[in-house]
Design a protein around this ligand. Structure first.
Ligand SMILES: Cc1cc2nc3c(=O)[nH]c(=O)nc-3n(C[C@H](O)[C@H](O)[C@H](O)COP(=O)(O)OP(=O)(O)OC[C@H]3O[C@@H](n4cnc5c(N)ncnc54)[C@H](O)[C@@H]3O)c2cc1C
Length: 449
């Protein structure tokens, strides 16, 4: 909106701007932890972010040699490398199948990205999108089991697909494995030098350079608290929108918003360590992101349990080790570690010991290195950021019904003229990529100016 010359004011509930992309010294001074997001395949791959001068405002992406590492109980690991061929070469008898699945999609990413990271609309590249759609609509488990024979390829794909926060037996869960997998080969899974906050700070600096204003510590509880303006864009989920503007909506729209469904939550942990994680498989040191769960079977069980309201004894753990690649994150010789597992929506179970056991399983000696830890169960996450309802980090379940049309068929528009939604509860959904805001702003510009 600001780039189009409109005057913009941002009201932010918290003291610091950034929402899901913030950093803080959660354990000790000198240890910079990413409070929510930490790794940015969709950030670097975002067509909108790419169009902004973020590097000039201090954002520097760091690309670890590999996107993801996935260790197994036999002491080995598979890494998703930038090269499709080098990745496939680690997969034994599944080498050809991996190449056949990924290579054409990776070749098509440039162009497919704008079709995938946005609402359903006439595609720019119909053939590539159709090819992606036929694969992506499948349950991740079915796609992995129909394409691969070995545990290494199936496990690698399951770990990436589990970012969907859906059971791997659910329709469309394969789409997440494919989008993030293709991004891993095409643009990498980078971290931001200095922490997630640097990305938000760069966005804020750009907005201010265009004349925009940011007012922190200003939770908006009702539309009546806002100054008169032609357009209001709400970066909130449907539940908050009902509180803020419910009185203004048509009964039909109200009903639809009320029926919006949230998904499972996250149990987030951060550690200060006296040394790097002592992985059994040395390959794990090549990636900032490490997926802990071994086989497809174990990962699928963990995700199914969380969806059903149970906490798995061996949860699938998503880990990031930014200080291995960015020395500004911790005092010399020491390290930060970031991780979470999926838990039932709003769960109050303490998953700390189970998460640490999973790390210890693939890195014996890990527990001896812990000098500090921070825990954020779903209710803490929600306190820290009102958008994380019940710990749901995606702004609502991204299942078949809500993947394309979220939160309602109107998507960014509401039943009130000039009032729009622009959060992860709109397409293309969760992740730090700015595309929800980009498409919401385009719609508002078209309709209101
Ligand atoms: C633990 C965790 C790990 C994650 N890891 C990754 C990752 O590695 N990579 C990735 O791409 N994504 C990751 N995500 C997801 C990503 O952070 C979110 O999907 C993304 O930030 C959603 O963007 P958003 O604009 O919808 O909401 P947010 O980024 O949450 O921003 C919403 C903003 O609105 C403010 N707000 C809310 N209500 C009000 C109100 N009433 N008045 C004023 N201000 C208000 C909030 O304080 C917040 O600043 C992670 C999230 C979590 C929680």
């Amino acid at each position: 909106m600001a780039q189009e010359g409109k005057s913009v004011v941002v009201y932010e509930a918290q003291e610091n701007i950034g929402g899901g992309a913030r950093s803080a010294e959660l354990t000790f001074p000198g240890f910079v932890h990413d409070v929510c997001s930490a790794v940015y395949p969709l950030g670097i791959g975002s067509p909108f972010f790419r169009s902004l001068p973020l590097a000039r405002h201090g954002l520097e992406w760091i690309q670890p040699p590999a996107a993801v590492a996935h260790p197994f109980d036999d002491g080995t690991a598979v890494t998703q490398e930038r090269s499709v061929e080098t990745t496939a070469a680690q997969l034994g008898s599944d080498e050809k199948s991996y190449l056949k699945l990924m290579a054409p999609l990776v070749a098509a990413w440039d162009g497919l990205d704008i079709d995938l990271l946005g609402p359903l609309r006439p595609p720019r590249h119909p053939w590539n999108l159709a090819r992606f759609g036929l694969l992506g609509i499948q349950p991740a488990r079915r796609l992995a089991e129909s394409r691969f024979q070995g545990e290494r390829a199936k496990g690698l794909f399951a770990g990436v697909a589990a970012h969907s926060m859906l059971p791997l037996e659910h329709w469309c869960s394969a789409a997440f494995g494919l989008v993030l997998g293709i991004a891993g080969h095409s643009v990498g899974w980078p971290i931001a030098r200095g922490g997630a906050q640097k990305l938000s700070d760069a966005l804020a600096t750009h907005l201010r350079s265009l004349g925009g204003e940011i007012i922190p510590n200003r939770p908006v509880r009702s539309l009546s608290e806002l100054p008169a303006s032609r357009v209001v864009l709400c970066d909130v989920t449907p539940r908050q929108l009902l509180e803020i503007a419910g009185d203004h909506f048509s009964p039909r729209y109200l009903e639809k918003l009320r029926r919006y469904r949230y998904g499972m939550g996250a149990f987030k942990m951060d550690w200060a360590l006296s040394g790097p994680v002592p992985w059994t498989a040395a390959e794990c040191k090549r990636a900032a992101t490490v997926h802990l769960g071994g086989t497809l079977e174990e990962i699928a069980y963990s995700e199914r349990s969380a969806w059903r309201g149970e906490s798995a004894e061996r949860p699938f753990v998503l880990l990031a080790q930014p200080s291995l690649f960015d020395s500004s994150r911790a005092p010399e010789g020491q390290h930060t570690l970031w991780g979470y597992c999926h838990v039932p929506h709003g769960s109050t179970s303490d998953m700390a010991a189970r998460i640490e056991n999973q790390i210890q399983r693939f890195a014996p000696g890990f527990k001896d290195l812990i000098v500090g830890r921070s825990l954020m169960p779903p209710n803490e996450l929600e306190k820290h950021n009102g958008n994380l309802i019940g710990g749901d980090i995606n702004g609502g379940a991204a299942d078949l019904r809500q993947l394309f049309f979220r939160p309602t068929l109107k998507m960014y528009a509401t039943s009130v003229k000039g009032l729009y939604l622009c959060s992860a509860s709109t397409p293309p959904g969760g992740g730090v990529h700015g595309m929800c805001g980009y498409f919401a702003a385009r719609k508002a510009l078209r309709e209101m100016f």
